[in-house]
Design a binder for this molecule. Structure first.
Ligand code: SF4
Ligand code: SF4
Length: 133
């Protein structure tokens, strides 16, 4: 695995996503959906996202013991620049169809990333992912 190239590809994907999502203007970054159990929401992610996250947020990762993302601090995301694809795309008041299209396109690229860098592709819930490194 060429980690530098992998991290560059994920950063590029995030930049493009942020540019597309910035046109939606629906998320207030209130952090309520990061309390998954209360909000009734789930977050799934892939190995390239997790590697990018660990590289920037630092290891060891915080374990997830409850239904709340451990990186939500005082109600806000403490790792906002490194947050996952699902964190970027999910908009509680946005178009589900638009979010679905963007997610499918992002997952396709992340799968290609896995293939290219010989990483097994997985689609993990946040708790499994954070507890796996
Ligand atoms: S998607 Fe909704 S609940 Fe989640 S942070 Fe944005 S405004 Fe808050
Ligand atoms: S990484 Fe940030 S945006 Fe994503 S679930 Fe955790 S606190 Fe929320």
């Amino acid at each position: 695995m060429n980690e530098t190239l992998l991290l560059t590809k994920v950063a590029q994907l995030y930049r493009e996503l942020d540019r597309q999502i910035s046109q939606w203007h629906t998320c207030r970054a209130c952090g309520r959906c990061c309390d998954f159990d209360t909000f009734g929401h789930r977050l799934y992610l892939t190995p390239p996202e997790l590697l990018y996250f660990a590289h920037h947020a630092g290891r060891p990762l915080k374990p997830m013991t409850e239904g709340i993302c451990p990186y939500r601090v005082e109600g806000r995301c403490s790792v906002y620049p490194y947050r996952f694809v699902g964190c970027r795309i999910f908009q509680c008041n946005g178009s589900e169809a638009a979010q679905s299209d963007l997610t499918e396109a992002a997952l396709k690229r992340l799968k290609q990333c896995c293939t290219r860098h010989h990483i097994p592709y997985r689609y993990m819930d946040l708790k499994t992912a954070l507890n796996s490194l």
